[in-house]
Design a protein around this ligand. Sequence first.
Ligand SMILES: [Zn+2]
Length: 276
Amino acid sequence: MPESAARAAARRAASVGPTLAAGALAHVGPAATWLPVVRRHLSPRLAGAGHPRHVALTFDDGPDPVSTTRFLDVLDGLGVRATFFVLGDAVVRHPDVVRETARRGHEVAVHGWSHDRPWLPAPARDVRSLRRAVEAVRDVTGVAPQWYRPPYGILTSGRWAAARAAGLRPVLWTAWGRDWTATATPESVRATVEADLRGGGTVLLHDTDRTAAPGCWRATLGALPDLVAAWRTAGLTVGPLSEHGTAEVHATAPRVLGRSGAVPRRPLEHGRSRRG
Ligand SMILES: [Zn+2]
């Protein structure tokens, strides 16, 4: 789907709630047939909508021994705390990075055990892998994680059920920075975030290039000071999801992807949508 069509679809789908911005829907949007279902079932809360004077800052795909600590240093300098969605298989390889992330006051959340796509339904594996990731985070930080964001934002019904079984609340995002591309710059990341972000929004960025273009995290890092300054100038506070005022989401699966838990056929081949 061309970007213009995806954006148009996202605008139509945004009727589900004014704070459900185009970012999250553009991500699921390439499977156009999803959209009527998405409209009915995706809630602003699932998209990470919170208090209108607050911005939730989140980073996916870490921990990374090269880049994550650079983010921790910049965030310290800005006086900002954020939520880091980590992968279990990286947590066990780099526990010190995760421990340091928590020690500096950030929230550690679950992005899954590995960064994969759920091409086939595997509800038992979903439960095992999420519980394993929760245990990995808890072992390292001493704190049980609260939040779950699936890789690529693909929230199958199986993953949803697994998250609930593991005591996690699924959350996506309302704005992203397209910071995973080789051409991303601090300016492009900031402009992309600001195009979709409103007060109450949840921002998706990445503190590693593990699943992206090599070195692209530098663009994200470079964008942070100006992004935070702009939010503060606008009277917004920035912090982790735990301070975002996100109310409880649906108690049942949104059935976005059908009962089987499988994703629709080739839903996310669109290059711009390979995120989360
Ligand atoms: Zn990811």
